[in-house]
Ligand binder design. Structure first.
Ligand code: F6R
Length: 234
């Protein structure tokens, strides 16, 4: 694991942007993307850049089940707003939160990932060590799957909704094995709420109780975190 400690999330976003820029120069064609607060400075650097993504493919990690793409809390909406409206990709894949048959959507998404191997995967991390919606206890061998959100995650995500009851209880999410199949992984983490997760991911045992700890076994991972998030590292 390569660890880059930055002053703040803005510098962190710029470091991640440089990795993407170099990756594209070296032929990267498929980006795996995340939502949440951590990658926002990266997306804003991408938007402000002169890079052209119109021959690239993006594949997002996850989507709430039950939200329409134009719902302003859907991950579709988030990606449009922060990146795709300004910088369109040739193909942008996000799980369909309104799929009638969730199992068919899961199979369909696995096929998309299989046909478009991810060159660079951007990740955030939850305070409990989750990556995407893969909560503690998710098998390391998982592919795209249907998820029931934990109370912890519902609470953490409720800050984006008017009311905690509006937070969907289910999601469709790329599995841990799908994430590990990416050629390169860049994980972003900023702020005090990430201190324990960062320590457990980097210095703790590799265990399904800390989903992000599996990244210790990936050959090309860069962790970008600010000084505050890194404060508990020994
Ligand atoms: C986002 C996602 C989540 C977030 C994580 C951190 O697509 O799957 O795992 O990356 O919850 O969220 P932030 O960045 O808001 O702290």
């Amino acid at each position: 694991m390569k660890i880059i400690i930055t002053k703040d999330n803005i510098e962190g976003g710029t470091k991640a942007f440089e990795i993407i820029k170099t990756g594209m120069k070296n032929g990267a064609k498929v980006l795996g993307l995340a939502t949440g607060s951590s990658p926002i400075p990266l997306y804003s650097d991408m938007v402000d850049s002169d890079l052209d993504f119109s021959d690239m493919t993006s594949i997002n990690l996850d989507e709430y089940y039950g939200l329409a793409p134009d719902n302003d809390q859907s991950y579709h909406y988030f990606m449009q707003h922060h990146l795709f409206d300004q910088k369109p990709f040739k193909h942008s894949y996000i799980p369909n939160g309104l799929a009638k048959n969730i199992h068919e959507e899961v199979d369909h998404y696995n096929k998309i990932i299989e046909e478009n191997p991810i060159d660079i995967q951007i990740l955030g991390i939850g305070g409990n060590g989750h990556i995407a919606f893969n909560e503690p206890g998710t098998p390391f061998g998982s592919l795209t799957h249907e998820v029931k959100l934990t109370e912890n995650t519902i609470k953490a995500n409720s800050r984006f909704f008017d009311n905690i009851d509006d937070v969907p209880r289910q999601a469709i999410c790329m599995g841990i094995r799908s994430i590990m199949n990416s050629k390169k992984i860049v994980l972003l983490a900023f702020g005090e709420s990430k201190q324990d997760a960062i320590k457990a991911m980097i210095e703790g045992p590799v265990t399904e109780e800390v989903p992000a700890s599996i990244l210790q076994d990936h050959p090309d991972v860069t962790i970008i975190c600010d000084e505050v998030a890194a404060a508990k590292l020994s």
